[in-house]
Design a protein around this ligand. Structure first.
Ligand SMILES: [Zn+2]
Ligand SMILES: [Zn+2]
Length: 109
């Protein structure tokens, strides 16, 4: 059982995993809950208890033009929104998240 260890909170069932920073946040007080095991984090992920930060959190810095932005999809490759060069410095899990966001964005249009 997980409980928030931040002062004055102590809620037990209101926490989410930040998939980017891999920190666990308490929804009630919006603070990081320290000392969470990798096992528990994996469980939160499986339960889809994942924090959804604003889109700007998924921006990638381009090596070529040094612009930080949410990439776009081109020929099924993630490319820089600024200069359209292929972004190679994205980790696989992060790439999957970004692809999901781009897809979702297209659906909303
Ligand atoms: Zn809390
Ligand atoms: Zn660029």
């Amino acid at each position: 059982m997980l409980s928030c260890n931040n002062k004055g909170c102590g809620k037990t069932d209101t926490h989410v995993l930040d998939a980017v920073s891999n920190d666990v946040y308490c929804v009630a007080c919006d603070n990081i809950i320290a000392g969470i095991s990798q096992f528990t984090k994996a469980q939160l992920k499986n339960l889809k208890q994942v924090k959804r930060p604003p889109k700007v959190a998924y921006s990638v810095r381009c090596d070529k033009c040094k612009v930080e932005s949410l990439p776009k999809l081109q020929n099924d490759e993630l490319v820089c929104a600024g200069c359209s060069s292929i972004l190679k410095n994205i980790s696989r899990p992060f790439e999957i998240i970004i692809r999901g966001i781009i897809k979702k964005g297209e659906e909303e249009l």
